[in-house]
Ligand binder design. Structure first.
Ligand code: BDR
Ligand code: CA
Length: 312
């Protein structure tokens, strides 16, 4: 199976990304690391442990990383994910422990120890991954690829032109995109093809397990938040699309193009400037997702939830 490390900020869609990464037999989930983003680090870390607990994901280390971006203050997404970062279900005390190691130290150790190169899948702000690459260049040959959820070829969500994960830590995203390593960018233009329709919710409900019921509650909260904030009743399940790209690249069509992060824009800081038509003369530095095969994507996600046992 394909070795991956999931670096996340759960988060409703991160929660489903954890389940997909842990359950799909084609992946070997080496670790879950957390970062501040959708909520503060203490909350995203607690949420990662909560998700692992209700999903019966044991034996995958969970380690906490940075509690703020490289530059400036943290801005959380409590309007979308609630005051806990994972509002909806009632969670008990998690039984899955927190590793006694910083996320970056754990990533470095696992990368250097693993016999084959490992794919990093960041689904939150890129702070942890940026520090890993900046401070530990010896890991570079051990990184097969970075498949991140962030940015957009179009407009943003947290500001008119910036997507949340990039906007929270633009300097970190800039460092990752200029790293020279293979980077795949799964942005809003494609994650908005992964809409949690009532039909998807019905498929979760039909599974009839406690975990599936928790997914229904998560998606119900997420949908009401998206309706309130964006007038969009069927919310996009962003983060699992990055995992799906690793599981089966044919699900997510990509193009090789130049991508830069706007760091100084008056109104556009944190925007990803994606040169789809090769106007800048810059060399392509990323593989950018442009199309999702939504039906097989949902089959993967529903299948993952059905494979996982555990009770809330
Ligand atoms: C991204 O921002 C977060 O709120 C989601 O978890 C996702 O990673 C979408 O812009
Ligand atoms: Ca996320």
């Amino acid at each position: 199976a394909f070795p991956i490390i999931l670096d996340c900020d759960p988060g409703h869609d991160d929660a489903l990304a954890i389940m997909l990464a842990a359950a799909d037999p084609r992946l070997n989930l080496l670790a879950i690391t957390t970062v501040a983003g959708n909520q503060t680090l203490d909350k995203t870390t607690l949420n990662a442990r909560r998700v692992c607990t209700i999903a019966g994901i044991t034996g995958v280390p969970v380690a906490a990383g940075y509690d703020r971006p490289l530059v400036g203050e943290l801005h959380v997404a409590d309007d979308i994910h609630g005051s806990t970062g994972l509002d909806g279900p009632a969670f008990g005390e998690p039984t899955v422990p927190l590793a006694d190691e910083h996320a970056v130290a754990l990533m470095r150790r696992l990368l250097l120890a693993h016999p084959e190169p490992v794919t990093l899948v960041p689904t939150g702000p890129l702070t942890n991954v940026a520090v890993l690459l900046r401070d530990h260049p010896e890991v570079r040959p051990k990184v097969r690829e970075i498949v991140l959820m962030g940015g957009s070829t179009e407009r943003g969500n947290v500001t008119p032109y910036a997507e949340f994960n990039i906007a929270v830590d633009p300097e970190a995203a800039d460092l990752v995109l200029r790293s020279g390593l293979p980077v795949t960018v799964v942005g809003l233009n494609v994650t908005h093809q992964a809409l949690v329709t009532p039909d998807v919710v019905a498929r979760f409900r039909a599974l009839g397990t406690p975990l599936a019921d928790a997914c229904v509650e998560l998606m119900t909260f997420f949908a009401s938040a998206y309706e309130r904030v964006f007038g969009l009743p069927d919310p996009p399940l962003h983060d699992p699309v990055a995992i799906a790209r690793v599981i089966d690249p044919s699900l997510v069509e990509c193009v090789d193009v130049p991508v830069v992060v706007e760091l100084t824009g008056t109104h556009t800081r944190g925007a990803t400037v994606v040169d789809l038509h090769h106007k800048t003369g810059l060399a392509p530095n990323a593989r950018v997702a442009v199309r999702l095969r939504a039906a097989p994507f949902w089959d993967l996600v529903v299948d993952a939830v059905s494979r996982l046992s555990g009770s809330p």
